[in-house]
Write a protein that binds this ligand. Sequence first.
Ligand code: ZN
Length: 59
Amino acid sequence: MDRKISILRTKKPCPICKKQSQQKYHPFCSKRCANIDLNRWLSGAYIIRAPENEEEKEG
Ligand SMILES: [Zn+2]
């Protein structure tokens, strides 16, 4: 029973720098880290969406 409480109380660290995350920038510790993650996500999305393999398109 106590375990649930401890899980809820545990704050996740910033996924970028592992510092304690701030509620304002959740789940990151700062706007800087949030932007870093956003840029990573965007660059990854660009790679996936790059229309280089249009020839393989089926339908
Ligand atoms: Zn951070």
